[in-house]
Design a protein around this ligand. Structure first.
Ligand SMILES: NC(=O)C1=CN([C@@H]2O[C@H](COP(=O)(O)OP(=O)(O)OC[C@H]3O[C@@H](n4cnc5c(N)ncnc54)[C@H](O)[C@@H]3O)[C@@H](O)[C@H]2O)C=CC1
Ligand SMILES: O=C1[C@@H](O)[C@H](O)[C@@H](O)[C@H](O)[C@H]1O
Length: 363
C-alpha cells in the first residue's frame, strides 16, 4: 500500500481549519503535515492541536516544501491565482477552494498554466472546491435529471441563504463572486452546459445588511440550450443556512434541500403549542459536512491513483467568467453575455475529468 499523502493546508480561517481537521482525523490515506497562514498565531495554534504538524506564515514555503506532497488552498480568493500557479510550478496536486480566482482573466491564466503542467507532469493537478457536486442530494438530483425518465431539463430554481456574513468587506460584489458562484457551478453541473448570459436584479435590500450592500439579490442565468435558472442569494437572512434547488423537467420536477429531506422534527414551541418542521443548519459546515468529506477523500484517492476528479480548472474558469459578467450586470441591471474562451483555441491537452460528477468539458 502506498504511504499516506502528506497534505499542507494554506489559509486556516473557517474553511481551512475545517479541512485541516478533516484531513487529520477522517480522511483515509492522507496525513496533515503542515499549515500556513500570515496570521502565524492562528497557524501555530492549529498546528499545536495535531502531533507532528508544523506551521509557517509563508504559504510559498509550505507549497515548495519537500515534506508536502499536495496542497489544500483555503486562503481568500484574491490570492488563489498566485498560490495555484506556485503549486503547478512545483508539480503539486492542489484542491483549491472556490472561487478559482476573482475574475475571468486570472482564471484563464490558471487554465493555461494547468494545461502546460498537465503536459509536463502527465496528469491534471487542479481540483476546484465546488463541493455541492459531492453532496448526496445534488448527486442524486443529477442522476435523476440525466437518466432520461423526466425528459429534458427546462428550469432550475435555486435558493441560497446565509444567516449572516463574517465581515464588513462582504460587499454586494462578493455576493456574486463568492456566494452565487456556487449556483453557477450547480447550473453547469445539472444542465451539463455552459451559462451564456446572466442578469442580476437588485430588490430593495434588507435593513439588516451593511450600509450600501444589495442583499438579497436575484440572478437569472440563460443556459446554452435555452434553459433558464433563477437564483435568490440572501446572505443576511438571520435564520440559518438554507440551500434549495428545484429542477423542472418535461415530465416532472425534483426538489432538494427541504428540511424534510434532512433532520425533521416536531417540538414544543416557546408558546407551549406543538410545532413542526426541521431545524435549519447553522452554516455550510453543517449542511455540507458529508459533501466536504467526500470531496476531500475523492481528491486524496485521485492523487494516489494519478488521476483527477470533480471540478477542473476549466470548471473554475467557466464559473468565474459568469461571475465576471454578473458583476457587470450588478452594476448596470442589464442582461450581460458571458465571454468564455473557445477551449479548442487553448494549447495543451484538455483537462477532461473522469468522474461521474463532473460537467462535461466542451471539446
Ligand atoms: N466551499 C465552501 O462551501 C466554502 C468555501 N469558502 C472559500 O474558502 C476560502 C476561505 O474562506 P474562509 O475560510 O471563509 O475565510 P477566512 O477569512 O475565515 O479565512 C481565510 C484565512 O486565510 C488567511 N490568509 C489571508 N491571506 C493569506 C495568504 N496570502 N496566504 C495564506 N493564507 C492567507 C487569513 O489569515 C485567514 O486565516 C475562500 O476561497 C472562500 O470562498 C468559504 C466558505 C465555504
Ligand atoms: O462558499 C461559501 C462562502 O464563501 C460564501 O460566502 C457563502 O455565501 C456560501 O454560502 C458558502 O458556501
Amino acid at each position: 500500500m502506498s504511504p499516506a499523502l502528506r497534505v499542507g493546508v494554506v489559509g486556516v480561517g473557517i474553511m481551512g481549519a475545517d479541512h485541516a481537521e478533516r484531513l487529520a482525523r477522517r480522511t483515509a490515506r492522507a496525513e496533515l503535515v503542515a499549515v500556513a497562514d500570515p496570521d502565524e498565531v492562528r497557524a501555530k495554534e492549529l498546528a499545536s492541536r495535531h502531533d507532528g504538524v508544523w506551521s509557517t506564515g509563508d504559504a510559498l514555503e509550505l507549497i515548495t516544501s519537500d515534506e508536502v506532497d499536495a496542497v489544500v488552498l483555503a486562503s481568500p480568493g484574491f490570492v488563489h491565482e498566485e498560490q495555484v500557479l506556485a503549486c503547478l510550478a512545483a508539480g503539486k496536486p492542489v484542491l483549491c477552494e472556490k472561487p478559482l480566482t476573482m475574475d475571468s482573466e486570472s482564471s484563464l491564466r490558471v487554465v493555461r498554466a494547468e494545461r502546460e503542467a498537465t503536459e509536463r507532469f502527465g496528469r491534471s493537478l487542479v481540483q476546484v472546491g465546488f463541493m455541492r457536486r459531492f453532496d448526496p442530494e445534488y448527486a442524486r438530483l443529477r442522476a435523476v435529471l440525466t437518466d432520461g425518465s423526466l425528459g429534458r431539463t427546462l428550469l432550475l430554481h435555486n435558493v441560497h441563504r446565509n444567516a449572516s456574513v463574517p465581515n464588513a468587506d462582504f460587499r454586494s460584489e462578493m455576493i456574486v463572486r463568492d456566494s452565487l458562484v456556487h449556483e453557477v457551478d450547480v447550473a453547469r453541473f445539472l444542465f451539463g452546459e455552459e451559462v451564456v448570459a446572466i442578469q442580476v436584479l437588485s430588490p430593495a435590500p434588507t435593513s439588516l445588511a451593511a450600509e450600501g450592500v444589495i442583499d438579497p439579490q436575484v440572478a437569472i442565468f440563460t443556459m446554452a440550450g435555452g434553459g433558464i435558472v433563477t437564483n435568490e442569494v440572501f446572505v443576511n437572512s438571520q435564520v440559518g443556512y438554507e440551500v434549495r434547488c428545484e429542477a423542472v423537467a418535461e415530465r416532472g420536477s425534483v426538489v432538494i434541500g427541504r428540511p424534510s429531506s434532512g433532520a425533521y422534527s416536531t417540538s414544543l414551541g416557546t408558546s407551549g403549542a406543538g410545532q413542526w418542521g426541521g431545524s435549519v443548519p447553522a452554516d455550510y459546515r453543517e449542511r455540507f459536512a458529508t459533501a466536504y468529506d467526500l470531496e476531500v477523500q475523492a481528491w486524496v484517492d485521485s492523487v494516489h491513483a494519478g488521476t483527477s476528479v470533480g471540478p477542473t480548472a476549466w470548471d473554475g474558469y467557466a464559473a468565474t467568467a459568469v461571475s465576471t459578467a454578473g458583476m457587470a450586470s450588478l452594476a448596470s441591471g442589464e442582461r450581460v453575455t458571458v465571454d468564455l474562451v473557445d477551449p479548442s483555441t487553448l494549447a495543451g491537452p484538455t483537462t477532461q475529468t473522469h468522474h461521474a460528477s463532473s460537467t462535461k468539458e466542451p471539446s
